[in-house]
Design a protein around this ligand. Structure first.
Ligand code: CAA
Length: 284
């Protein structure tokens, strides 16, 4: 079944990035969010990010206009997925919310539709289990900022059909991305490796071994990372980092994943990084 129509659920940072990339590569995209103001804001963000691409001659003004013309918005999930060949869910990282959305998607989307989640850590097998089509449920984990980052981590749930996985691999290449297929275990691969590094950086700060600047500079200049781990934690969101560490800790039952008490304290105090204006750094 060819994929032409793509519905993206959630108009936040990841959702607008995913919609941007699919529309840029010629797909007809329905961006769906219950909040109409959020949809308006997402379209403005996509337009601004397309301008960056025009400014560096990566795309033309005409391609920008064509990309925007392929994007429509919708506040009703059932209407928004009625013609979808693929749905990519990028709602808030909350298990109950996602399960609820997948029940609705399963009821409203055509029988052939593949249901993908951009979840960074919630089990694909668990999400698939609330649908009547677990073989068509898969993880399609994009990285932020989506138009820039090359990786798509593809997660096969316990029941994901091999042909569905192959379809998503091919599709990711069509989007100019590099797909990597992994199996469904806590944190998949990206966050099973990234989050312990971030947690160790936070613990190093908590233990007074070095300050924020030294920790980030060592990892940036010593290991050629584009951002130090504390800046990256602010960028991802400290609440998101904490929740992923909890998934790893619960899922593997291994104390090495226990979140650093400083991270727990900062999230409790509402210091969530870029989105709250303060984390390890302050943002204006
Ligand atoms: N859309 C389009 N283009 C964008 C963009 C966007 N949203 N954001 C940045 N860009 C482009 C810029 O135009 C610029 O392009 P050129 O280099 O061709 O001029 C390029 O990206 C770099 O941007 P900036 O110069 O503004 O800033 P920078 O050099 O500091 O790079 C960054 C910004 C790309 C975010 C870089 O710091 C980086 O790669 N950071 C690490 C990002 C990362 O690790 N992401 C993964 C997070 S984990 C995750 O997402 C998943 C999870 O489960 C937690």
């Amino acid at each position: 079944m060819p994929i032409n129509n793509v519905s993206v659920i959630g108009a936040g940072t990841m959702g607008n990035g995913i919609a941007h990339v699919f529309a840029q590569y010629g797909f007809s995209v329905q961006l769906i969010d219950v909040n109409a103001a959020q949809l308006e804001k997402a379209l403005q963000t996509i337009s601004k990010n397309l301008d960056r691409q025009v400014a560096k001659a990566a795309i033309t003004e005409e391609q920008k206009a064509e990309t925007l013309a392929r994007l429509t918005t919708e506040t009703d999930i059932a209407k928004g997925v009625a013609n979808a060949d693929l749905v990519v869910e990028a709602a808030t990282e909350n298990a109950e919310l996602k399960l609820n959305i997948f029940r609705q998607l399963d009821a409203a989307a055509p029988a052939h539709t593949i249901l993908a989640s951009n979840t960074s850590s919630i089990s694909i097998t668990k999400i698939a289990a609330v649908t009547k089509r677990p073989e068509k449920v898969i993880g399609m984990h994009f990285m932020n900022p989506v138009p820039v980052m090359k990786l798509v981590e593809i997660i096969n749930g316990y029941a994901t059909d091999a042909t569905v996985s192959e379809t998503i691999v091919t599709l990711s290449k069509t989007l100019g991305k590099v797909p990597c297929v992994v199996n469904d275990y806590p944190g998949f691969i990206a966050n099973k490796i990234l989050m312990p590094m971030i947690n160790e950086a936070i613990c190093s700060l908590y233990e007074g071994i070095a300050d924020v600047e030294a920790i980030d500079t060592i990892m940036k200049l010593g290991m050629a990372h584009p951002m130090g781990p504390l800046q990256l934690a602010d960028f991802i969101g400290l609440d998101v980092c904490l929740s992923i560490l909890q998934v790893l800790h619960d899922g593997f039952g291994n104390p090495k994943y226990a979140p650093c008490p400083l991270l727990v304290n900062m999230v409790t105090a509402g210091k969530l990084g870029v989105k709250s204006g303060e984390g390890f750094y302050t943002y204006t």
